[in-house]
Design a protein around this ligand. Sequence first.
Ligand code: DX5
Ligand code: ZN
Length: 224
Amino acid sequence: MQRAVRIAPSILSADFSRLGDEVEAVTAAGADYIHVDVMDGHFVPNLTIGPVVVKALRKHSSLPFDCHLMIAPVDPYIPEFAAAGADIITVHPEAGPHLHRSVALIKDHGKKAGVALNPATPIEAVEHVLDIIDLVLVMSVDPGFGGQTFIASVTDKIRALRGRIDAMGRAIDLEVDGGINHDTAPIAIAAGADVLVAGTATFGNGPGAYAANIRRLRGEAVRS
Ligand code: DX5
Ligand code: ZN
């Protein structure tokens, strides 16, 4: 079965001095989600943006805002990201003691809930919330920075999750994040991913290239 592949540009690789324009540009270029990487300098060794920036960007795109929270504790900030305009809120199981409670909090705010699995985190970490979540994010790099190399050993995890999700029959996005480019996107897609996060590969070569970059990641032929 040919699955439609959606592209979620990570704004971590955008020009931060003109973030609103960048979000508008990838929206016009055919992106499906806007992926927002939130880092706290504690759960991951980098600091990025918070709900104030999400709120400011909200008016620049009508696409779903896919907010990937790499912060601990995470629960106190879920209401803030919901209020700021997040549509999907993704948390890591390691970011708090009660994953089910974090997911329930996201759902209570009327948002889609995602769970992110680090390269060394097993599928079992998400197993018992698969019946209530909307997205599984498979990290194909250790979280913290854009521009890292795809860890090929996560391919088996993507494939196993695809089997698990199909067997359940629930609509759960299977998103892969980290080191996605024109070489690795086909690997993730073949393993069963249906949403690809791409920072470096989307924002390379400036706004004039965004549409072609996105189409290429989806596997469409693009004349260069
Ligand atoms: C890493 C982030 C990713 C990252 C992707 O912690 O979650 O979203 O920015 O960047 P690229 O596509 O450059 O690997
Ligand atoms: Zn991310």
